[in-house]
Ligand binder design. Structure first.
Ligand SMILES: [Zn+2]
Length: 168
């Protein structure tokens, strides 16, 4: 029994290829692409083996991305915990600094008002109080939590990038 030839287009270069139904894989005579013959139901089609491979690779990437997301999300949760703890500790420090500063400033103002603005200690305390309050405030804003915040933002970006890969 003679097997009929089937005319199909190369999935890469579009050249017309004559395929015998028993053929599994072959190389396109025009562009050299490795082609696999797919039979599903009554239809025969061609697909590029490279395309299938890169699909497989994409799936591997996707799995890796999903695993990485899980790992990064754990890190992110830990950092957010640390940030909330150190934020609370900082608030206490800043509260104390702010309180001391305010008391000094009020003492200074009282001394100034009792001496018609001639009491130098009053000026000194008032100034010290302001400086203490400002330093306390700045400490909360910048220093201790800044590296963690940066790490957290980077993790969030990385997770977003990985999600794009995982969904793509
Ligand atoms: Zn071709």
């Amino acid at each position: 029994m003679e097997s009929p030839m089937v005319a199909l287009e190369c999935p890469k270069c579009g050249a017309r290829l004559e395929v015998t139904p028993d053929l599994e894989t072959f190389a396109c005579g025009h562009c050299g692409a490795s082609v696999r013959v797919r039979r599903s139901g009554g239809t025969i089609s061609l697909e590029r083996i490279e395309a299938r491979l890169s699909n497989l690779e994409r799936n591997t990437d996707r799995t890796a991305a999903e695993l990485a997301i899980v790992r990064h999300e754990k890190d992110l949760a830990r950092i957010e915990d640390e940030l909330s703890v150190s934020g609370a500790a900082n608030s206490t420090k800043v509260g104390a600094g702010f309180g001391c500063g305010a008391i000094l400033a009020i003492l200074g103002l009282l001394m100034l008002s009792g001496s018609d603005g001639r009491n130098q200690t009053g000026y000194l305390l008032w100034g010290l109080g302001l400086v203490a309050a400002i330093i306390g405030f700045r400490a909360l804003q910048d220093e201790s939590a800044a590296p963690l915040r940066k790490q957290r933002d980077e993790l969030r970006r990385t997770i977003n990038d990985l999600r794009t890969i995982a969904d793509g």
